[in-house]
Write a protein that binds this ligand. Structure first.
Ligand code: ADP
Ligand code: MG
Length: 324
């Protein structure tokens, strides 16, 4: 069932087109991630959907009801849609608990207290509940803002750069909280990010925004494996590129499809290792082929040294043609 429908949104700031013909369909309990470079229009789109600014053209429907223009509303924002801004605002001198309770200020104290407990649990903030907001880490602030947004479970949750400024541990804590939300509350979420790694892991569906235009949509696997162009390929992960005879046309292969083979006959490339980087779960090998191309591949062990030669192979189907 469609929860949100966006029809042909256009937005300009001064003379600059920031969003151009954006169409979007969001089903109930779906998690959609929009990935785009900085400046591609992500925050503007969320601000329109969250009812903070109006688009120049286009329509937004929530549950088949057209949303009124922001300028005709008494207050900015929307009851059914909650936006957690990229720069979230907490009361700096109030504690985490007080900040969350504030979002529930119109409720009976007994209900409020119970709900605050539940939200602290959900966002893993129990330990820091008495700490003033100004003393929190980026990840704790982010989770406090998320708890506020979830005080009254919205029909649609909009998250602007939920992974920004988070270290690995905080990312994991946020990811755990989100996983809980996905499974226990049938929450619908649209999040935007320039960080593809997390988006690919979380989203049921990915959309790619480039200079205000939606240029690809698909499952995380589709977008990663069949990017429509070089922009999408590079935005969604590391990619090995080989120039072709035609300018602007490339052959691409993801590093995870390259494998080391024993003999030259079975190899597609002969290369020399130039750098090896430890990545925790695996090693990243950088090398240069005899044709002068750069290649990256992954292995679980450090079983070669910088300066050594390797033979590399890859299934034909993993080599894709791609253009700029
Ligand atoms: P993103 O969130 O993808 O980084 P934004 O939506 O914030 O991108 O911005 C998209 C473009 O619109 C940028 O070029 C930005 O400078 C411009 N922009 C955003 N808000 C305003 C505004 N209020 N006035 C003028 N230009 C703006
Ligand atoms: Mg932004």
């Amino acid at each position: 069932m469609t929860l949100l429908k966006v029809k042909s949104l256009h937005k300009k700031f001064d003379d600059k087109t920031v969003l151009s013909d954006i169409n979007l369909d969001l089903k109930k309990s779906e998690w959609v991630g929009i990935i785009g470079e900085s400046g591609s229009g992500k925050s503007t789109l969320l601000n329109i959907l969250g009812r903070f600014i109006d688009a120049d053209e286009g329509k937004v429907f929530l549950n088949n009801q057209e949303m009124p223009l922001v300028k005709t509303q008494l207050m900015k924002g929307s009851e059914g849609i909650k936006l957690v801004h990229q720069e979230y605002e907490l009361f700096p001198n109030q504690t985490v608990r007080e900040n969350i309770a504030y979002a529930l200020r119109f409720y009976e104290p007994k209900y409020r207290e119970g709900k605050v407990e539940e939200l602290l649990q959900l966002t893993r903030l129990h330990e820091v509940q008495g700490r003033k907001a100004k003393l929190l880490s980026g990840g704790e602030k982010q989770r406090t803002a998320l708890a506020q947004a979830l005080a009254e479970v919205p029909e649609l949750l909009l998250l602007d750069e939920p992974f920004a400024h988070l270290d690995q541990k905080n990312k994991q804590t946020l990811a755990d909280a989100i996983e809980d939300l996905k499974s226990t509350h049938r929450l619908t979420c649209l999040f935007v990010t320039h960080d593809a790694g997390e988006a690919l892991a979380w989203a049921d569906r990915i959309m790619i925004l480039r200079e205000g235009e939606m240029i690809q949509e698909g499952s995380p696997e589709e977008v990663y494996q069949k990017p429509v162009n070089l922009y999408v390929a590079q935005l969604t992960g590391h990619v090995n590129l080989f120039a072709t005879e035609k300018a602007g046309e490339w052959q691409m292969v993801r590093p995870n499809y390259l494998r080391v083979v024993k003999t030259e006959e079975r190899a597609r490339w002969k290369a020399v290792i130039t750098k090896i980087r430890f990545k925790g779960t695996h090693y990243e090998y950088f090398c240069r082929t005899s044709d002068g191309e750069y290649l990256t591949f992954y292995r679980s062990r450090r079983d070669s040294k910088v300066g050594e030669g390797v033979f590399l192979a890859c299934g034909r189907k993993h080599i894709k043609s791609i253009s700029n």
